[in-house]
Design a protein around this ligand. Structure first.
Ligand SMILES: *[C@@H]1O[C@H](CO)[C@@H](O)[C@H](O)[C@H]1NC(C)=O
Ligand SMILES: *[C@@H]1O[C@H](CO)[C@@H](O)[C@H](O)[C@H]1NC(C)=O
Ligand SMILES: *[C@@H]1O[C@H](CO)[C@@H](O)[C@H](O)[C@H]1NC(C)=O
Ligand SMILES: *[C@@H]1O[C@H](CO)[C@@H](O)[C@H](O)[C@H]1NC(C)=O
Ligand SMILES: *[C@@H]1O[C@H](CO)[C@@H](O)[C@H](O)[C@H]1NC(C)=O
Length: 470
């Protein structure tokens, strides 16, 4: 197969989601979505969207009123990771109100069906494109695309204050912050800002209760190979012999990629190549445009579309389709600027992910008009993961944040899809355990529809680590 000899360890690995108006809604004028191209049904609740603007930054949100009890249900802010990936990933592919069926003939608009598992069934949910420059969020001043962890947290907090001013009827609802992957950084840093705002009696007072993080990053020590090697072994992707060899050679420090450690890591690398890292049981999507190429550069580990990236002006379409929802596994090991998506693509990347439906829908001007997003000529084309931001991380380990937040009584649900190899559960289990909190609810299965749906361990301070069988 085309991608069998692609290396997981060649440079950077990219791991990188009408009308029930029973309550009186004081939503801003013009924010209500009245129709959506591709959807012919009745909206099960009100949908609102638009921009909130400050400091020359136009931040785009899509807000869905709960289909259950809007005045009592929590308000949830959802953030996808990257950094640079749009929260429409969550909206289109994960837990949004619609299931998107590919349009026919291909290239035409997708068909939208209601999603029976939408998080809007039980919560008022805000999908935010953050930081500025991501998804539909934009600025006319390019320097606003330069960002870092703490600036992002401050901006998102500012967004929330303004959002609750526009939607004051939701300010007393319990509020939760949720996200996945790189949002493992966004969520705790933003939570800390929100708590600071509450303590400073900043208006409006947000009724913050806690946070949720799915397959999120937190601390280098628990990430990358440290999590991947035991995951690969436990999941039967590498043999006992290979596992013992790598243990001997690397002596517990897999980041030390020299000599025999490096060689045994390469063997593991070979064993894992070709898998969909976001779900090892899922098929790997092969971009049809790269399948058209018959000749392949066998001395390179990259799919042909990547090899040509530097040499020719390949359209962005090909690249970003490969990025996925992504978090570059090795990026923490370097300091300073976060590499741009094209830079990562040149160093090696992970294919398998298909973002065609979202790309087709969100770049259609009639769709953009219905959701009150600016046209491409102003906000730029929608990309699942944006090339235009210049992102510097630097908030450091998230463990002190988790400790502070949970000991102050904020609830934390730290969950892992157990077949994700990008930010595997092994690392998440290890860091939650490392906090040293008393076990309140010892490791056990949890059940949904009379079936075991995963496992959980409950700790003191309302911290829960939970896996989901997926
Ligand atoms: C549409 O799908 C057909 C069959 O898979 C394929 O041959 C064709 O290239 C596709 N067209 C476009 C515009 O993607
Ligand atoms: C763009 O933003 C930068 C940084 O905030 C600011 O210094 C500069 O004056 C802005 N440029 C314009 C043209 O407004
Ligand atoms: C094939 O890939 C290798 C390694 O990336 C590169 O050095 C070489 O120039 C490529 N060959 C061709 C014909 O593109
Ligand atoms: C945690 O709380 C302490 C005491 O309030 C504070 O000094 C420290 O800056 C906080 N750390 C983080 C990461 O929020
Ligand atoms: C845990 O959360 C529940 C629900 O918000 C709350 O009633 C309880 O007091 C919390 N427990 C601790 C130890 O913070």
């Amino acid at each position: 197969m085309a991608m069998d000899n692609r290396s997981f360890f060649s440079g950077v690995l990219i791991c990188v989601l009408l009308n029930f108006a029973s309550s009186v809604e004081a939503a801003p004028t013009g924010s209500l979505i009245t129709e959506l191209p591709g959807f012919n049904g009745v909206f099960p609740s009100n949908h609102h969207s638009g921009y909130i603007t400050f400091d020359e930054k136009n931040l785009f949100y899509y807000f869905i009123v709960s289909e259950r009890n809007p005045s009592k249900d929590p308000v949830v802010l959802w953030l996808n990771g990257g950094p640079g990936c749009s929260s429409f990933d969550g909206f289109v592919y994960e837990h949004g109100p619609f299931n998107f069926e590919e349009g026919k003939p291909n290239g035409s608009l997708p068909i939208l069906h209601l999603n029976p598992y939408s998080w809007s069934k039980v919560s008022n949910i805000i999908y935010l494109d953050s930081p500025c420059g991501v998804g539909m969020s934009y600025s006319k001043n390019q320097s606003k695309y330069i960002n870092d962890d703490l600036q992002t947290a401050a901006d998102t907090h500012n967004f929330l204050l303004k959002w609750f001013q526009l939607y004051p009827e939701f300010v007393n609802n319990p509020f939760y912050i949720a996200g996945e992957s790189y949002a493992g950084i966004y969520v705790p840093t933003l939570s800390a800002e929100v708590v600071k705002g509450i303590k400073a009696a900043q208006n409006p007072i947000i009724n913050f209760k806690g946070y949720l993080i799915g397959n999120g990053v937190s601390h280098t020590k628990f990430e990358g190979l440290a999590a991947l090697v035991p995951f690969a072994h436990g999941m039967g992707l590498v043999s006992d012999d290979m596992f013992e060899e790598v243990e001997r050679a690397c002596k517990g420090n897999y980041q030390n990629l020299i000599g025999s450690c490096s060689i045994s890591i390469d063997k593991i690398d070979q064993a894992l190549s070709g898998l969909n890292i976001y779900g090892i049981l899922d098929p790997c999507y092969h971009d049809p445009t790269s399948d058209h190429h018959t000749e392949r550069n066998t001395s390179s580990n990259l799919p042909i579309s990547f090899q040509q990236l530097g040499a020719t002006e390949r359209p962005l379409k090909v690249r970003k389709r490969m990025f996925g929802r992504a978090w570059p596994l090795w990026a923490f090991e370097k300091h300073g600027n976060f590499p741009s998506w094209p830079e990562l693509a040149l160093q090696g990347s992970v294919p398998c992910v298909n973002d065609e439906v979202a790309t087709a829908w969100l770049n259609d001007e009639s769709v953009r008009k219905s959701i009150h997003a600016e046209p491409k000529s102003i906000a730029g084309p929608w990309e699942i993961c944006s090339d235009r931001i210049d992102y510097r991380y630097g908030a450091g380990s998230m463990l002190p944040y988790h400790r502070n937040l949970t000991t102050q009584g904020y609830r934390a649900l730290i969950y892992s899809g157990d077949h994700d190899m990008c930010v595997p559960f092994t690392g998440t289990q290890a860091w939650t355990r490392s906090l040293g909190y008393k076990i309140i609810d010892e490791w056990r299965s949890w059940v949904s529809n009379h079936q075991v749906a995963g496992y959980l361990q409950g700790y003191a301070n309302n911290l829960t680590f939970l896996t989901i069988k997926v």
